[in-house]
Design a binder for this molecule. Structure first.
Ligand code: ADP
Ligand code: MG
Length: 321
């Protein structure tokens, strides 16, 4: 199969057809109708085999994750995802692999009405770059820089399971047989908090998605907002599996430093707390208050109401290991 046949066969066969896409895949550029009173948010994320996912990851999971990590960024801005483009580098043309990969990509696209509008296909070591775009009412986007001393710190969902899955893959932990599949799914099929992000638009003072680890990503909010924070370690929502698999200290360390959770971390003023909790309940998303923003410019942690030191920050590329 040649490049053009491949594109036609795999990437043009999608069920999402948006009215605002005037020209999709097939010309030199995609053409999108501009929308009045809306801002467009744009983000790009690359997944490199062996770096961002283990080499043995299934093609469907890779497709899902490549879209999910981008939609997670869109969610963190409070926007509604609308279009993606896909630059893929493939070692060879493997029909079965591509079929599964596309299933993973298009499942999420269909769920959120996101159209694949173009891309690029090249040969080389497996790598996937997706650019996603989304719409948001003018000026309403959530940023990292709006947190104020006194705001409450919240996360959606549960933290640390994806990092536990990685430990399992790397033989650093022995999991009960029943835990392996659900934990593996948390790593392979992260759920971008798209509806939660939009629900938070009216309430949150700052937001970020947790990709590099809770501590590192909270650090980004604090730096951008020029504030500090205290995390109440006993309040961090951990899954039952994580609690049952590790000692509490180790579970908390994973939750603080592990990555790939793709939950939202956000700050809320006292006045917006009740509205936010109702809005998230309405979209069926659990959230937990895990601390408070302060004016110290540092991140501290407490356990049983007592201060405890924190050792290392989250996963960073190019950091010395
Ligand atoms: P050009 O040479 O003009 O850049 P290409 O030959 O690379 O165009 O691609 C032809 C069409 O197929 C373009 O519309 C491009 O956006 C689309 N396309 C190429 N690769 C992909 C892909 N992996 N996913 C989606 N669309 C793709
Ligand atoms: Mg061209």
């Amino acid at each position: 199969m040649k490049e053009f046949e491949l594109i036609k066969h795999f990437f043009t066969e999608q069920n999402v057809k948006r009215k605002d896409v005037l020209q999709g895949i097939g010309d030199d550029c995609a053409v999108i109708a501009s929308t009045e009173n809306q801002n467009i948010v744009v983000t790009t994320d690359t997944l490199v085999a062996g770096v961002h996912f283990p080499l043995e990851t299934s093609a469907r999971a890779i497709g899902h994750k490549a879209v999910a990590v981008n939609l997670s960024d869109i969610a963190a801005m409070g926007a509604k995802p609308s279009w993606i483009s896909l630059a893929i580098t493939l070692p060879d043309i493997d029909n079965a692999w591509l079929t599964e990969f596309c299933a993973g990509v298009f499942e999420l696209c269909e769920y959120y009405n996101v159209e694949l509008i173009g891309g690029d296909t090249t040969q080389g070591p497996l790598s996937i770059t997706i650019t996603a775009q989304g719409l948001i009412p003018e000026g309403k986007y959530l940023s990292r820089s709006g947190a104020k001393a006194g705001d409450w710190l919240y996360v959606t969902g549960e933290i640390g399971d994806a990092a536990l899955a990685l430990q399992h893959i790397n033989n650093e932990v022995t999991l009960e047989q029943d835990f392996i599949e659900p934990i593996q799914n948390k790593l392979d099929y992260p759920k971008p908090r798209v509806l939660a992000g939009q629900a938070l638009r009216e309430y949150a003072s700052a937001a970020i998605d947790i990709s590099d680890g809770l501590l590192a990503d909270l650090g980004h909010i604090c730096q951008a907002s020029n504030v500090g924070a205290n995390i109440v370690l006993d309040a961090i929502p951990l899954s039952q599996i994580l609690r049952d698999s590790l000692f509490f200290d180790d579970a908390i360390k994973l939750a603080l430093n592990g990555g790939d959770d793709y939950e939202l971390l956000f700050t809320i003023s006292e006045d917006n707390k009740v509205g936010m909790e109702t809005a998230l309940t309405n979209v069926g998303i659990q959230c937990t208050c895990i601390g408070q923003i302060n004016a110290t410019q540092t991140i501290s942690t407490t356990l049983n109401n007592k201060p405890v030191p924190i050792s290392s920050s989250g996963f960073e590329h190019f950091s010395e290991k």
